[in-house]
Design a protein around this ligand. Structure first.
Ligand SMILES: [Zn+2]
Length: 376
């Protein structure tokens, strides 16, 4: 047993290091300094160049052999924005809340896990997989950490991601899967000209409008047992000209599809490509798949996390696949993954804040999780 760590104090020290994505340096120094005295071996490496990097990644482990339970998270944060009541990178305790960028997403969650590890004796391997780029493109983030682990033959049996998944109260929601996401940009070509001489031009806008109708008419699916229906949303429509007397030379349609485990990103891109070709011949489609949908099949990790939450809060969590994606989209390639952490009402917002009581209760839940995953 090692010296106790106050999770609120550690969270405050992490918040005091501005770490807008992509992150490296000081914030990792603070985490490393907390982990080493607990007996963790800590490895850090920095990858990439601007604009997607440099990104720092950290892998820490204690003990050895099987079973191997891992906690995953990120130390980067989204930009604070303007209009905070207190400085976003000066942790501020008021009204029982710890304020600061990253208080919820997800420095307090990491601090709660480290504090839990400080007071737990376990068998097997306990590790932390922490990236400095979860909020950005992740090019040098979790996938790079996974490569680093693969090169050393490191493969956890279960991963808990400490993302803030709770909604109305701590412990009400555990994420057991996430929808996939793909962005697409469709260019409908035309011929630019003067509005008074339309015979010398070719207006792409009516074709773009027909294409939007056709995209809106696509029925992707009715959802699956664990997921809501897949959904296509047009997110922007633009032309190359804002002048009132010019027929634009091109129209651009931007869309996003959040999709369930009945779909695959590449198939959706192909579907949109065919739809575009029919409704607006000559249109081109560019696509970026942010992540495929995934679902952790029922297994021990469900029970371990649910039982820990029940013991601490008196209520069982709902197992959900709603909401945005997480680095679980990558980590699921290694082993079963669930996401569970603090209430997320203020994440990414102004005046982000976590309740001190919740941080302490989360520490107790994480401690139960470690004890039941790696109990002696
Ligand atoms: Zn997060």
């Amino acid at each position: 047993m090692t010296a106790a760590i106050d999770p609120v104090d550690l969270a405050a020290r992490l918040i005091a290091c501005p770490s807008v994505t992509p992150a490296q340096g000081e914030v990792f120094d603070v985490l490393e300094a907390a982990l080493r005295p607990l007996g963790f071996e800590v490895h850090r490496f920095v990858l990439g160049e601007a604009p997607d990097g440099p990104v720092e990644n950290l892998f820490a482990s204690r003990g050895g052999g099987a079973p191997h339970f891992a906690f995953a998270g990120h130390l980067d944060v989204v930009p604070p924005g303007e209009g905070w009541a207190s400085d976003p990178f000066t942790p501020d305790l008021r009204g029982g809340l710890l304020h600061g960028r990253g208080a919820v997403d997800m420095k307090s969650d990491i601090a709660a896990f480290v504090a839990a590890a400080a007071e737990t004796v376990h068998r097997g391997t306990l590790s932390l997989i922490v990236t400095g780029d979860e909020e950005g493109p992740a090019t040098y983030g979790t996938p790079a950490l996974m490569d680093w682990m693969a090169a050393r033959g490191i493969r956890p049996d279960m991963i808990l991601i400490g993302e803030p998944t709770s909604e109305d109260r701590l412990g009400d929601i555990v994420k057991i899967g996430r929808r996939g996401s793909v962005n697409m940009w469709i260019t409908v070509p035309g011929v630019q000209g003067h509005v008074a001489y339309p015979h010398r031009a070719d207006n792409p806008v009516p074709r773009a409008a027909r294409l939007i109708d056709a995209l809106e008419a696509i029925h992707l699916d009715d959802g699956s047992d664990a997921f809501q229906p897949s959904n296509l949303e047009i997110t922007a429509v633009e032309t190359s000209s804002k002048a009132t007397n010019v027929i634009p030379g091109a129209a651009l349609i931007q869309l996003n599809i959040r999709f369930n485990n009945l779909q695959r990103g590449a198939d959706l891109v192909e579907l949109v490509r065919r739809t575009a070709e029919d409704a607006a011949p000559g249109a081109t489609v560019e696509a970026k798949i942010s992540g495929e949908a995934f679902l952790t099949p029922p297994g021990p990790i469900y029970e371990i996390v649910s039982a820990a939450i029940l013991a601490e809060t008196g209520a069982k969590p709902r197992l959900s696949t709603h909401g945005g994606t997480s680095d679980g989209r990558f980590l699921i390639a290694l082993c079963p993954v669930v996401d569970f952490g603090l209430p997320n009402a203020t994440m990414h917002k102004l005046d982000e804040a976590a309740a001190v009581e919740d941080i302490r209760a989360l520490q107790r839940i994480y401690k139960r999780v470690i004890e039941s995953a790696l109990g002696i």
